[in-house]
Design a protein around this ligand. Structure first.
Ligand code: IFM
Length: 442
């Protein structure tokens, strides 16, 4: 039996735009994911979050499901435009009430709320002012964060400022595949910098408002391995680690500058005098959130602008086409400790999309069980090595709106029939429930 430390936080994760639906209910403002997904050509099948999992109306049922699964924590995000429809200024009490009720219901069921402030649904009104490219975004975010800390901080003790800031900056502003759909390399690195400033503002406000809580940041991470032992391939993997993974943000927070290889290759795109903000950015974190899904083989490529390209491997992949490499999670947890030695780490997302089918009213998903088991084993291994991993969250509780992929990819341990909104706990859900109950793997 691979037992986990007592009190280990076994959870499930979701995000607002991906599950809530009812984007304008109770006076909510419009988000950039609403405008982006309603723009033809941006999302597969023209899907959008108008209904999603209808969680805004069915949240009680979803809390019941979590209770049934026995999970100890629920990581969800707050929709900024529900709370501040214009992004700043006027607070929409009804929007706040929704999260207030959710938090109370979770606590009543002994489920720890773990709140993400920003999981990509920026108020559209703020996008009209330049969104994250505008330096003022740090103040806008601080104002929003304060409203939530004051309203929920008495009951919510775990807070993450941003989910995957790299994705916000790069997928949203360089690749243009996510909202707001911008493709501009200078804007991208101004956004990176402003996200860090915004994060720092929120942390400062948090220290004055919530005395007994923890605040951190959540990163997307890939396990990058060099295609050969050649120095240039090793350097390619090192660059991608510094650019795509936690170092892009932790190096400034812990050490006061962007990572060396990022500055060497992409430094010209950052705001000219970014250094002057570094003192403010260096706010201590209470935890680091590690999201992990896949590994990648990489090589030096003189023809690519970043001098790096990916080499496809003939190994099992998920429905997303992502290469399954559980050991990559262990390596990342280990390098995180070696590089920054955070006091606490949470695996804030891990999971997989597979083709799930309902047969006789059930959903049997052995591949997902195998995926989760292999990754949880690596978390256990990291804990044995003294890495302070305090919790693990499956992405996701529910099948949901997978951004530009629409509803074509199912990540849930609970199946959602999007026509009827019926939920069916998949075999992986029952399996995970046992892991939580046993506090470990058999
Ligand atoms: O669905 C996303 C989530 O919103 C952020 N992390 C990765 C997940 C799967 O792509």
């Amino acid at each position: 039996m691979k037992k986990f430390p007592e009190g280990f936080l076994w959870g499930v994760a979701t995000s607002s735009y991906q599950i809530e639906g009812s984007p304008f209910a109770d006076g909510a403002g419009m988000s950039i994911w609403h405008t982006f997904s309603h723009t033809p050509g941006n999302v597969k099948n023209g899907d959008n979050g108008n209904v999603a999992c209808d969680h805004y109306n069915r949240w009680r049922e979803d809390v019941e499901i979590m209770k049934k699964l026995g999970v100890r924590a629920y990581r969800f995000s707050v929709s900024w435009p529900r709370v501040l429809p214009e992004g700043t200024g006027r607070v929409n009490q009804k929007g706040l009430d929704f999260y207030d009720r959710l938090v109370d219901a979770l606590l009543k069921n002994e489920i720890v709320p773990f709140v993400t402030l920003y999981h990509w649904d920026l108020p559209f009104e703020l996008q009209l002012k330049g969104g994250w490219a505008n330096r003022e975004s740090a103040w806008w975010f601080g104002e929003y964060a304060k409203v939530l800390f004051e309203r929920l901080g008495d009951r919510v003790k775990y807070w993450a400022t941003f989910n995957e800031p790299w994705v916000v900056a790069v997928v949203g502003h360089l690749f243009g595949v996510h909202a707001p759909g911008t493709r501009d390399i200078y804007v991208t690195f101004h956004v990176v910098h402003n996200l860090l400033r915004a994060h720092a503002k929120a942390v400062k406000i948090f220290r004055d408002t919530v005395k007994d809580g923890k605040i951190g940041l959540v990163f997307n991470n890939g396990a990058f391995s060099p295609a050969s032992e050649k120095a240039e391939d090793v350097l390619a993997a090192k660059f991608l680690h510094q650019f795509n993974n936690y170092p892009l943000f932790l190096e400034p927070i812990y050490k006061g500058n962007y990572p060396e290889l990022v500055l060497e290759r992409l430094g010209e795109f950052f705001p000219r005098d970014y250094e002057k903000d570094m003192d403010e950015i260096r706010q201590p974190l209470d935890f680091v959130g590690m999201n992990y899904y896949a590994g990648h083989l990489v090589k030096y490529d003189p023809d690519s602008p970043t001098k790096v390209s990916f080499v496809s491997r003939n190994i099992p992949k998920t429905e997303m086409g992502w290469e399954i490499e559980p050991e990559g999670l262990y390596r990342l947890l280990k390098s995180l400790k070696e590089e920054y030695n955070p006091s606490e780490v949470y695996v804030t997302e891990n999971g997989a999309a597979f083709k799930d089918e309902v047969v006789d009213g059930r959903v049997h998903d052995p591949e997902r069980i195998e995926y989760l088991k292999a990754h949880i084993e690596q978390v256990w291994r990291a804990i044995q090595d003294g890495i302070p991993v305090k919790g693990y969250f499956v992405w996701s509780l529910l099948d949901n709106f997978e951004w530009a992929e629409g509803y074509t990819k199912r990540f849930g341990i609970v199946y959602v029939d999007f026509k009827t909104q019926k939920r069916i706990i998949k075999s992986s859900g029952y399996w995970y429930s046992e892991v939580v109950k046993e506090n470990g793997l058999k």
